[in-house]
Ligand binder design. Sequence first.
Ligand SMILES: C[S@@+](CC[C@H](N)C(=O)[O-])C[C@H]1O[C@@H](n2cnc3c(N)ncnc32)[C@H](O)[C@@H]1O
Ligand code: SF4
Length: 456
Amino acid sequence: MDLKYELITQYGGPAPRYTSYPPANHFQASEGLEQRIRAFFKSGPTDAALSVYLHVPFCSQLCYFCGCNMLVSRDPAKISRYVDSMVKEIALWRALIGRRARVSEIHFGGGTPSELPAPEMERIWEALRSAFDVQTQARVSIEVDPRHLQAESDADRFLKLGFNRISLGVQDFDAQVQKAVNRIQPREQTFNVYRWFKARGVPSINIDLIYGLPHQTRESFESTLQQVIELNPDRIALFQFAYLPNLKKHHGMIDAAAIPSPQLRLQLFNRALRKFGEQGYVYLGMDHFAKAEDALTQAARERRMGRNFQGYHEGHSPYMITVGSSSIGVLADVYFQNTKDLGVYEAQVTAGCLPVERGFVMSADDLLRRHVIERLMCDFSLDYAAVEHWGGICFADYFGHELNELEAMAADGLLVLEPGGLRVTPQGKHLIRYIAKCFDAYARAGKMSPHHMQAV
Ligand SMILES: C[S@@+](CC[C@H](N)C(=O)[O-])C[C@H]1O[C@@H](n2cnc3c(N)ncnc32)[C@H](O)[C@@H]1O
Ligand code: SF4
């Protein structure tokens, strides 16, 4: 169902994407985060499997739209030094955990982890396998920039290492758009790389796209969508262009006048929604589409889908540790983020300290609201009895104020309030961040970041 423009003008102000609650702009430098992490492994669940996120910040070239924590570098010595630090950090985790913990998910993000020279990537894997018991069924994913794969043997290399989920950065197929964002990516190259992975039986391939990029038109975007459908990926992530010239200096390289208007952005989004729907893709929620038979869609159907810093997932371990600059992990009631400064990162791991710079210790109220927001963002419904059971509260008493706010949204057709819960409508699904925001105590207190995105 198309997202209506009136609702955007009414609700579409800045709102967090709720990849965490509280959102990361509330994290602070705080003493004692490392002690809390140590305490978790001393007294927490001893047999719990872990998720590991590894951040590789390097890219050989800058895309002007980029909003990621990345650094342009082709200096092999610098990259090798960084990998040394990652290897040291993995060993630090091994020592801190005190055993070879089971790992059920691994994700390499960036920057462009697929650009790491093969021996460097192998060094990281060696360290991972020595420090952790990586499960045979583990979901192992990597963000791949198709521009840098030269031959089929490159695809083999990733599969041999154990990757079984591949995400390809495409963004847009149009030549004028690609030129405007400094990312020339010939169609043939993208198609070849996709086919190399497909032919090797990768069970889930994702394609990243962005709408709202400079010079996108209805016609150009239609052609991009058509080419994505030809590729026939298992999953599609369609991100709204986060244009933040005050935060990301290189966004200034983009001609602001060439960015589609909000009306056009909405048309592009709605066109994608229809076109992917016609092809059998299920709209899972914020940015994500997947085929009906994909594991993520299955998880959504069975209400097992979760949300973390990488977006929606099939129900990962709730215990995520991280390796690499800027990465964010979570263990029980504590979020922790590594320093973004590569010099500080190297110095800290070399000194034998976790390079954690800031984080957040959640209160009981934070944990409850986090649970409610995650269920809303993933299930598009709430079962009050289940929340009461989870949090040991009376929903109507605890969330009286929130329920009043939701009534106005129900009147606008975003959700249906039922006796024992609420159900988000297809229209409300597009505005789920605004429904979730009702439960955000920090947003209520007016603590919003100017960097949160609008609805389209
Ligand atoms: C780390 S990159 C993916 C891997 C690789 N670096 C690449 O670009 O192919 C993650 C994804 O974030 C998305 N992205 C980056 N900057 C963005 C922005 N400003 N707004 C919206 N999406 C963005 C892109 O779709 C990109 O594929
Ligand atoms: S979009 Fe990907 S390749 Fe481009 S600069 Fe950002 S991280 Fe690097």
